[in-house]
Design a binder for this molecule. Structure first.
Ligand SMILES: Nc1ncnc2c1ncn2[C@@H]1O[C@H](COP(=O)(O)OP(=O)(O)OP(=O)(O)O)[C@@H](O)[C@H]1O
Ligand SMILES: [Mg+2]
Length: 368
């Protein structure tokens, strides 16, 4: 299922574009097919990925085709940045969008109609991220109309708190009018760990959004600004930076929600499967590691994919099955479980390889 996410906040400079580019690039790094749509006339997503709109023959504006010229095909407009990451570029002419469509009876559905073509092809994308302009105008309304989820980036300032009520109110109004709800999640951006005011804002936002605030926080990191200046995502600019870690954390958090629902489906539907085997399973974008241990207090999966530093598994339901999805690409991986401090091979898998110490590691191979 394609997931369409609008990145919106009428407050300027809160990190919408930075989130769009780098979340998109990190999801793509995790083998998700991602389309970024630059809905902002400032075209910062386009420029931030090293593309100059004035050098392009076509942009999103031409797909809307308000001037009655030939409408380009989707393929003529959308740029392939890497095998997993695509961009529908914007340009300054998007300023005229509102004026052209203002009296149109379907003015808030133009993007929906457009994406319909993209969405109708067999599984072209896993995620579509919409970078909205810093206002609640018609372009943002088009994004809200087509998206299932809204991410609201919030930078810690007094004004951002002030703006929260406004955007929440707008979202609610749009939902009421459309008769359907969005999943709305807040994301703390430009966060400075030692800033006391930042902490206070964090508490306020947490109170307001509760479990709809991402656990991941995007810290202030000058490298993100440098990456945008160089026209690269943080994945290509500096994968050792804090900006990379934060955005990868966000991408993983978003994927894990999806995986959690897949894993729950496995839990309930396949008790028999659990009894027979709980070995590793391929799920979208990663591998689900599982360990059946009803009595255990903690279970970690450790492997060469995480430099043998354990990541904890979550205990699911009452059946004692511990699970964790690890984003992994094609390749072969050695791993073990650490169950209450004891190293264990995976009892759910017979695949194993001898290691350099003369012991055995469990082994999983991912082929696609
Ligand atoms: N986490 C961060 N650390 C350091 N700089 C950042 C971070 N996030 C964003 N910036 C910088 O802050 C500025 C504003 O960010 P960005 O363009 O992403 O905000 P925006 O909400 O898209 O702005 P606008 O409302 O104008 O569209 C940019 O120069 C960007 O490089
Ligand atoms: Mg922007």
């Amino acid at each position: 299922m394609i997931r369409v996410i609008a990145i919106a906040n009428q407050k300027g400079g809160c990190g919408k574009t930075t989130t769009t580019i780098n979340l998109g690039a990190c999801l793509a790094r995790l083998n998700q097919r991602v389309l970024l749509v630059d809905l902002d006339p400032q075209a910062h997503t386009t420029v931030g990925l090293g593309i100059l709109p004035e050098k392009l023959d076509w942009t999103l504006y031409d797909l809307f085709c308000p001037e009655g010229k030939r409408r380009p095909t989707w393929e003529e407009v959308v740029l392939r940045l890497n095998p997993y990451l695509y961009l529908c570029p914007g340009d300054l002419r998007l300023h005229q969008f509102e004026e052209f469509f203002t009296t149109h009876s379907q003015k808030e559905k133009q993007l929906k109609y457009l994406l319909f073509f993209a969405l109708s092809k067999p599984k072209p994308f896993d995620y579509i991220l919409l970078d909205c302009p810093p206002n609640m105008g018609l372009l943002t309304h088009n994004a809200l109309e087509v998206s299932q989820e809204v991410i609201i980036p919030i930078e810690p300032s007094f004004f951002s708190l002030h703006g929260l009520a406004k955007i929440s109110e707008t979202l609610q109004r749009v939902c009421e009018k459309r008769g359907r709800t969005h999943e709305t999640n807040a994301l703390l951006t430009l966060f400075e760990t030692h800033d006391r005011f930042g902490q206070e804002v964090y508490e306020e936002v947490k109170k307001y959004f509760q479990d709809r605030l991402f656990h991941t926080v995007i810290h202030r990191d000058g490298i993100l600004r440098e990456a945008a200046g160089a026209g690269l995502s943080i994945v290509d600019f500096d994968p050792n930076s804090m900006g990379y870690r934060d955005h990868m954390g966000l991408a993983t958090e978003i994927l894990e929600r999806r995986w959690r629902s897949e894993a729950t489906a496995l839990d309930t539907a396949e008790d028999d499967f659990l009894r027979r085997s709980v070995g590793p399973r391929r799920v979208s974008g990663g591998v689900l590691f599982q360990y059946l241990a009803p009595e255990a207090k903690e279970v970690f999966v450790v492997g060469d994919f995480n430099q043998w530093v354990g990541v904890p598994l979550l205990r699911r339901n009452g059946n004692g099955c511990w699970q964790k999805v690890v984003p992994l690409r094609k390749g072969g991986y050695r791993y073990k479980f650490l169950v209450d401090g004891e190293w264990q091979l995976d009892p759910g898998s017979s695949e194993k390889k001898e290691n350099q110490h003369g012991n055995w590691d469990s082994y999983v191979e991912i082929n696609d």
